[in-house]
Write a protein that binds this ligand. Structure first.
Ligand code: SAH
Length: 365
């Protein structure tokens, strides 16, 4: 396909289904071709994705060639695929310009959740996060965000993703334009068709983005990375707290008209004391938020130690005692460093200092 294709082909995967359909209709009308073909092709973008136009065998060969001249269906190439003992699988994608991003597929009962990236790198520099350590590279485009799920459908055998969380690399609400359309693609029945309540956007608390997400009519879920119940501690862990202070983030969570989840990574001796739990409970009650306690993934968390499991349980108990619903997130894929930019960090050799019980050698797929 690439041998015959000029550089200025239009990327159909950067368009929402409605926009792609009207673009295709226009193309067929102008070419004097049967317009019903537009719908046929539309289904091969996301619903039952085709690797390229050549694979759309329900179309005549000449039409496939014409489409390939006008449009492109760019792939994300899988540079590494690792499987954890617990079934978690991690994918390293290389993008057109050589940037690397990660996705992690996490099986849980009937669900298969894909944790996707929204940026290459991240500007936010949270103290315990491996992605922050690599700095910001660039925003992902729409097709690169939704494409992470599309690629799972193109595997042989395909992985049927049921849920998506924006908890890979990057801050989704700092790339709202692309994330906004990617959400449409993920949810639209003529896109990837995932229920809005199965799609969670996780943010450090980018206020305009929270408002924009709240204005969408679909029931997309919002998770906010709180990680500290006071401004002074939060500022130390998350420099973004200077721009978006905790009190404003809490206010935004209150205004959000759907249920919000607070994420709280447990940092040994830092944010895991009983008084932190009590203060966190107050904040969560104010927003009627559900709290997810996240055991620290050791990779990338320079200078931090995980809170012991018994202490996490006590912390959860304290929150419950104060009327807050809480879950302790299971640590998944620890043996493949399945968190927060760690695969990319290893591959690019910018690894942070490693703790004694880390594994995670990458096998190139
Ligand atoms: N920028 C967004 C989404 C990406 S991070 C956000 O911050 O919410 C997804 C979640 O993983 C966040 O809650 C983040 O704080 C958490 N996280 C980052 N590094 C971690 C680590 N080393 N161990 C456990 N969780 C981590």
């Amino acid at each position: 396909m690439s041998a015959t294709s000029p550089k200025n082909r239009e990327n159909l995967l950067n368009l929402t289904p409605a926009a792609a359909e009207s673009r295709l209709r226009e193309f067929f009308t102008q070419g004097g071709l049967p317009v019903y073909r537009a719908k046929q092709i539309l289904r091969r973008l996301w619903v039952n994705p085709a690797a390229d136009f050549e694979a759309v065998t329900e179309l005549p060969k000449s039409l496939r060639a014409q489409l390939a001249l006008a449009f492109e269906l760019p792939r994300l190439s899988i540079a590494a695929r690792q499987r954890s003992a617990d079934g978690t699988e991690k994918f390293l994608f290389i993008l057109g310009d050589g940037q690397a991003i990660e996705s992690v597929a996490i099986p849980e009962g009937d669900r298969l959740t894909l944790c996707i990236s929204s940026q290459a790198g991240c500007a936010l520099q949270c103290a315990f996060c491996a992605t922050g350590a690599m700095g910001f590279q660039r925003n992902l485009e729409v097709f690169e965000i939704a494409g992470q799920v599309r690629e799972m459908r193109l595997l042989d055998p395909p992985l049927q993703i049921t849920n998506v969380v924006f908890m890979g690399m990057g801050e989704p609400l700092m790339n709202w334009r692309a994330v906004n359309d990617a959400l449409t693609l993920l949810n639209d029945p003529l896109g990837l068709g995932l229920g809005a309540r199965h799609i969670t956007v996780s943010t450090v608390g980018v206020l305009p983005g929270i408002v924009a997400l709240g204005e969408r009519p679909e029931q997309f879920r919002l998770a906010i990375s709180i990680h500290a119940p006071s401004d002074s501690l939060r500022r130390e862990l998350m420099p973004v707290n200077v721009k978006y202070p905790l009190s404003d983030v809490i206010e935004a969570a209150k205004q959000f008209d759907r249920r919000v989840t607070f994420e709280y990574v447990m940092l040994g001796g830092v944010n895991d004391a009983t008084e932190h739990a009590i203060r966190l409970a107050e904040l969560a009650r104010e927003c009627r938020a559900f709290v997810n306690l996240i055991p620290l993934h050791p990779g990338g968390a320079r200078g931090f130690v995980p809170t012991p499991a018994t202490r996490i349980r006590d912390f959860a108990h304290e929150l419950r005692r104060h009327g807050v619903e809480v879950a302790i997130r299971k640590s998944r894929g620890v043996d493949i460093a399945a968190a927060c930019g760690q695969l990319r960090v290893e591959r690019l050799g910018r690894r942070p200092p490693r703790g004694p019980n880390e594994h995670g050698d990458v096998q190139v797929a």
